[in-house]
Design a binder for this molecule. Structure first.
Ligand SMILES: [Zn+2]
Length: 401
């Protein structure tokens, strides 16, 4: 029998031999790199520090669609386990004014077990009134759709807040149950009356946030975009495909405030208005850094978050996401964003199962697969509807514990 040291020596010798072989042997037509270097474009690391180009022409990333050979338990979830409230609904506004379309919306929502849709289309005034009237005229849908009011942030200057508050009061009197979705244009591109960029934490907006607190309505706000949208569009960018597809999602330096500037402004605004309830959309674009989002939620009890369009980040870290959802179960709301009924079941499957390695619905968001985070029933109920009901007095639903 070999002693431990002898075995270790043999092992080290074998390693050295293997390394020598790799350097002189059959791979020698490859390209050698140093520690920490990357293989040149068009090649891949086939052995440590040895790169080789494939013999066949490699497919582009849009054409490479490998079939998974993983055989494992699959539990598709076509309907949510508990009737959900979609806090981030974007149905077409015109659907709400037509009884036929509302009927279609109702059956689409039934099929996925969404009980109430919160319409976050940033509408105000007459458009809002028409939509509320359409919903109220539908016996089947009058308790299944609620509408958020929009705020016009253009030309903030003297007298703006007073007008905005009057409009908000009128919209709430007409039936709006909250504010939103405030678009990312706030911070990115909206200008003040004096021609400067309107910062998210501009004190001129504070009276409006205070009015939301007085009215006891939540403010649903989308700030910035995924941080990769500010990064160079190179082959290290996780969102290369999305940025290549959608030019308007590119934020080249110098033309826009940076991601961190926008986060700082948003957080200043949230902190300075502790009596106002805010729901930060898309997990505040911190779903890829849950510790950061946790810190924000710890520091600001008036802030809630929503999961729309960031399922790719939740589902790629099933253990961390499970723990996060359990820890912040009172602070997370379900929301979907873009209304595609066939996409909701991906959310249910991530939240409700422990399935491994399944497809996501939108390849340009993520080239990876998802895993279920297996939330306990009590957490599911809070995320699906209880938290939304608690912070939004105008939502219909059973508030019994
Ligand atoms: Zn939205």
């Amino acid at each position: 029998m070999l002693t431990r040291t002898a075995a270790a020596t043999l092992c080290a010798l074998a390693l050295a031999a293997a390394r020598a072989h790799a350097q002189q042997g059959p791979g020698s037509q490859g390209i050698r790199i140093k520690d920490g270097e990357e293989c040149p474009a068009g090649t891949t690391e086939i052995r440590p520090r040895l790169c080789q180009a494939p013999e066949l022409p490699p497919p582009s990333i849009v054409d490479y669609r490998p079939r998974s050979t993983l055989v494992t338990a699959e539990h598709p979830v076509p309907r949510a386990k508990y009737p959900a409230i979609d806090f981030h609904g974007h149905p077409r506004g015109s659907w709400l004014e037509s009884q036929d379309s509302l009927g279609w919306l109702g059956s689409a929502l039934d099929a996925i077990n969404v009980r109430v849709m919160v319409v976050a289309n940033d509408v105000t005034g007459d458009a809002l009134r028409r939509e509320v009237a359409g919903v109220r005229a539908s016996p089947a849908m009058k308790d299944r759709v609620r509408i958020l009011a929009g705020i016009d942030f253009r030309n903030v200057g003297p007298g703006w807040a007073k007008k905005a508050i009057e409009q908000l009061d009128a919209d709430v009197a007409a039936g709006a149950v909250g504010v939103g979705e405030i678009s990312k244009d706030l911070g990115l591109s909206i200008m003040k009356a004096d021609g400067t960029r309107l910062r998210i934490d501009d004190p001129a907006l504070d009276p409006v946030w205070a009015e939301c607190a007085r009215l006891r309505i939540p403010v649903f706000i989308h700030t910035a975009d995924p941080e990769e949208f500010w990064q160079p569009i190179d082959y290290h960018n996780e969102r290369w495909l999305e940025l290549a597809l959608f030019p308007r999602r590119r934020y080249p330096p110098g033309e826009f405030p940076s991601f961190e500037e926008l986060m700082t402004e948003r957080d200043n605004m949230l902190r300075r208005n502790p009596k106002t309830t805010f729901v930060i959309a898309h997990m505040g674009w911190h779903a890829n850094d849950l510790a950061r989002l946790g810190k924000l939620l710890d520091a600001m009890p008036n802030v809630y978050t929503e999961v729309g369009a960031v399922l790719y980040d939740i589902g790629r870290q099933p253990r961390a996401a499970h723990d996060f959802f359990v820890r912040y179960q009172d602070r997370i709301l379900f929301g979907k964003d873009s209304f595609q009924p066939e996409e909701y079941p991906y959310y249910w499957r991530v939240f409700e199962t422990r399935d491994d390695y399944f497809d996501y619905y939108r390849p340009y968001h993520a080239f990876w697969k998802l895993y279920g985070i297996d939330l306990p029933d009590e957490v599911l109920k809070k995320v699906y509807y209880r938290n939304a009901l608690r912070i939004t007095p105008g939502l219909p639903g059973d508030r019994a514990p």
